[in-house]
Design a protein around this ligand. Structure first.
Ligand SMILES: NC(=O)c1ccc[n+]([C@@H]2O[C@H](COP(=O)([O-])OP(=O)(O)OC[C@H]3O[C@@H](n4cnc5c(N)ncnc54)[C@H](OP(=O)(O)O)[C@@H]3O)[C@@H](O)[C@H]2O)c1
Length: 265
């Protein structure tokens, strides 16, 4: 939703604050989403979008069915603020991830840092887009996390261009990811999912913050949630339903979308 003027020009939707200061319309997104200052460890923020009825994937098989101009603006600010975007390989494939392109509006946000955040992909199969490996700038090389038994030939190809981190276990755990990012001084972490990877961060108790856009759509029962685990057959308690309290840091509205930011209590 955007405002169309009598002249026919379209003005971008304005953000208004609902919480904590209802009615504010001069919202500075970079300030509203600033990472804590002086981080001494990685701070993990997730950015996800959901339909009003809890769906994470639209009829196209992508989340972009739920996105909008204001949602893309928030996503842009979050990418501008972070050091690294961590993503599951399935999301990278479905959503066509490429190296992040620099934006002029980020010059202030990224002062003293590379012009773009790095992309970090988590993958067992190492089925990763060639451009994502080969086209990233030298100071923002793509990082790839994989397991010891990933396909050997693909591993050498990835290592030629990207920063390859091989974990000698059957699964890359969130702790492995954060240790490696910490070693590289990448503390402002943004994960863009998908639902399987996000569930792993939640289960490990390592998600500090969730930025969740509630998009004005109903997707019905066929759409997965923003967190997904391997299929199980038992009731919720049998597969470890968790309860981690979070508190709202802000709620903004633009174009009918709600932009919520929750911090772990
Ligand atoms: N609504 C939203 O905000 C949102 C956000 C992101 C994505 N999505 C949607 O979600 C869907 C994709 O999400 P998804 O949950 O299926 O997948 P995902 O979490 O993006 O990626 C899963 C893949 O990541 C790799 N992986 C995850 N955990 C791993 C581990 N512990 N060790 C090694 N590799 C690991 C594996 O890659 P390999 O297969 O390469 O082995 C696995 O198949 C897409 O439809 C996308 O559009 C929605």
């Amino acid at each position: 939703m955007s405002n169309t003027h009598a002249s026919g020009t379209t003005e971008p939707a304005r953000f208004r604050e609902l919480l904590p200061s209802p009615g504010r319309t001069d919202v500075d997104l970079a300030q509203a989403y600033a990472y804590p200052a002086d981080l001494a460890r990685p701070w993990v923020r997730a950015n996800m979008v959901t339909s009003v009825d809890g769906g994470a994937v639209g009829p196209s098989g992508r989340s972009r069915d739920l996105s909008s101009e204001p949602d893309r603006r928030v996503m842009g600010v979050l990418r501008g603020l972070c050091d690294v975007v961590v993503v599951g390989a399935s999301t990278a494939r479905h959503e066509g991830y490429k190296p992040v392109r620099p934006r002029e509006v980020w010059s202030r946000l990224r002062e003293g840092r590379p012009a773009t955040p790095r992309i970090a992909v988590v993958s067992r199969s190492l089925d990763i887009d060639e451009e994502l490996l080969t086209q990233a700038p030298e100071d923002a090389r793509t990082i790839v996390f994989t397991v010891g038994d990933s396909p050997r030939a693909r591993r050498s190809r990835v290592a030629e261009h990207a920063d390859l981190v091989v974990v000698d276990e059957g699964s890359v755990r969130p702790e492995h990811i954060l240790d490696a990012l910490s070693e590289r001084g990448l503390f402002r972490v943004l994960t863009e999912g998908g639902p399987h990877l996000l569930a792993e961060f939640v289960a490990a108790g390592l998600l500090d913050e969730l930025c969740l856009t509630v998009s004005p759509h109903l997707l019905g029962a066929g759409s997965p949630r923003i967190v997904a685990e391997a299929p199980t057959t038992g009731p919720a308690e049998a597969h470890g339903s968790e309860n981690t309290p979070v508190r709202p840091a802000h709620v903004l509205e633009a174009g009918g979308n709600l932009f919520t930011r929750y911090l772990r209590d």
